[in-house]
Write a protein that binds this ligand. Sequence first.
Ligand SMILES: [Zn+2]
Length: 86
Amino acid sequence: MPMNERMTPTKRRYLFTEQKGQCAVCHEPPSDKGLAADRDEQTGKIIGLLCPRCLRLMQWCHHDIGMLQRARDYSRENVTYDEIER
Ligand SMILES: [Zn+2]
């Protein structure tokens, strides 16, 4: 288990400014729950600030880029049940 990098006020301000005050994934402004630190699971280093929904997504898929790309492709294909029935 890696030592998690500590979130300092300076680091948080830097990331918040870099991300234009938005979640790094969905680009939505922070809700009342704010933006949380997303970390590299291997190193514990802070990657960016995410909204609760995107943080759950990244934690769930373990930052697996292949899985995220497959999910994107799946969404783009947008095959609906109605189209299969035709
Ligand atoms: Zn988000």
